[in-house]
Design a protein around this ligand. Sequence first.
Ligand SMILES: [Zn+2]
Length: 295
Amino acid sequence: MLDQLSERVYLAPGGVNIGVILAPDKRAILVDTGLNDTAARKVLRWLGEMDRQVAAIVTTHGHADHFGGNAFVVKRTGAEVWAPAWDETVLRYPLFQPLVLFAGADPPDALRGGFLLADASPVDHIYDAGPLDVLGVPLEAVSLAGHSGNQMGILCDDVFFAADVVLPARVIERYKMPYLYSVRDHIQSLDRAAAVTYRVAVPGHGPKANDLSGLLASNRRVVDDVADMIVAECAEPRTPEEILTAVLLRLGAAPSDPASYYLLHPTVFAYLTYLEEQGRLVHRIEGARSLWSER
Ligand SMILES: [Zn+2]
């Protein structure tokens, strides 16, 4: 069922939350479309019962679980797709997601499952942070980069779709070290999200909330803890793979399949860039190894 959040804003709760915004002329906007056809199909059915036609999709970021239903919705409705600059590349060429995890190379089959590789989506409008007009509805795109290169939150009236800038407690509990593209950008985005004024916030995963501050603080703590752990592991020079293994074992979060391991492959590099910027680690190539260590 759709959960009504304001006069024209609804939530279709699920593994990935889908936002629904009513627009003039019996049309509707979706904020993300979920992992695949299944969730999107349900939302289209509910909107059909309300005599509404989806005419626009606003994608928050280029991760398969957030735009996986785009191709299906576009085929069914002809909706136009809005995607953030930079992330939009992944919608059009979804192989970029698994290839990024696999160090930029042709990824093996194990990284081509539905969670990492969605059907390609057309992109009709590329957007950046700031005010947006979608089907005559004024929206505000808030930069929440860091979880992806140019992730956006979407503010409509007093409802804030916060994408994956925060992950719910159960996800952090399970994965311990969530995926990040840029630690520096992510920290800035946590602060930016804290400064947004809203009545209801809808993270990409987990329940809606009237106040995100607890989650923002716990997500920030995870970053600081992982950063400290990496520095501690670099008392002796280590390669990125050695660091990743040491941190995952220390966290008790040893991945059991290639997708969960490789999801964290760029993440450890994101921390290395950040820690070098902070002057907490130095990097050198020695003995044909990429070595990171404390000063
Ligand atoms: Zn994501």
